[in-house]
Ligand binder design. Structure first.
Ligand code: F6R
Length: 261
């Protein structure tokens, strides 16, 4: 697991955008796994800039979002489909039919989950998966206790997650109680994974995920099993890491050995 500590949230955003850009530079038809929430917004702004400057094209890329609220249709103001369309897709040259977000109001939710897994497999699997982390250690909406080998399925949201996300809704009561989410097994199948975390609110979850035991109680700790997982944090989110000087030394060594190209 690589841990990269950067000065602030804009640096985290730039790092993530560069990782996406180099994935597409290496493979124009890359398959990207995307997240919503506040954390990736800076990276998405940078990707839009790169695309406007004609330095990056998404026309052959395919994207799969991690999750969607059960009960919210694609046009609901708080749906993740709407968030992705507004904050990214409509501002890139990606054809909308190459973007996938689980359908939260599908008539048959169980077959929607199975279909989603099938679509990812048909696309050849995910090359780069972007992740945020919940204050309870969730990735996607895999809440504490989620099976470490889970696949896309319906997952009940914890009260803590619903409170954290209430800022996107008119009131707490309007926050849906369930989601469709890629499973932890689905996420671990991605060829590389980039988890972004910024702010002091994420420091405890980051420490538990990176340095705590591998446990379903901290779903993000499953990334310890991944051979190409990178954790990108700002100073605030890194504040509780016990091996912080080792992570800094490792990055200096990478630079010295020319491993960052
Ligand atoms: C969103 C998602 C969630 C968020 C996490 C952090 O698609 O899967 O796991 O990444 O809840 O959210 P923010 O970035 O809003 O703190």
């Amino acid at each position: 697991m690589r841990v990269v500590i950067l000065p602030d949230a804009p640096s985290v955003a730039r790092f993530a955008a560069e990782a996406v850009a180099s994935t597409i530079a290496a493979k124009s038809n890359a398959v990207l796994g995307l997240a919503t929430g506040s954390t990736p917004l800076g990276a998405y702004h940078r990707l839009i800039e790169l695309s406007r400057e004609q330095k990056l094209s998404f026309k052959d890329a395919t994207t799969f979002n991690l999750d969607e609220y059960v009960g919210l249709g694609p046009t609901h103001p708080a749906s993740y489909r709407r968030y992705m369309n507004e904050n990214l897709f409509t501002q890139l040259d990606i054809p909308m039919e190459q973007t996938f977000v689980p359908i939260g109001n599908a008539a048959n939710l169980l077959s929607e989950c199975e279909e989603y897994e099938r679509r990812i497999a048909d696309a050849g699997g995910i090359d780069l998966q972007l992740l945020g982390i919940g204050t309870d250690g969730h990735i996607g909406f895999n809440e504490p206790g989620s099976s470490l080998s889970s696949r896309t399925r319906i997952k009940t949201l914890t009260e803590q997650t619903r409170r954290d996300n209430a800022r996107f809704f008119a009131s707490f009561d309007e926050v849906p109680t369930s989601s469709i989410t890629m499973g932890i097994g689905t996420i671990l199948d991605a060829r590389s994974v980039l988890l972004l975390a910024t702010g002091t609110g994420k420091a405890a979850a980051v420490q538990a995920a990176v340095e705590g035991s591998l446990t379903a109680s901290i779903p993000a700790s499953a990334l310890q099993l991944h051979r190409a997982a990178t954790i990108i944090v700002d100073e605030a989110a890194a504040a509780r890491l016990e091996r912080i000087s080792y992570y800094r030394d490792s990055e200096s060594e990478r630079l010295r050995l020319g491993l960052n190209q």
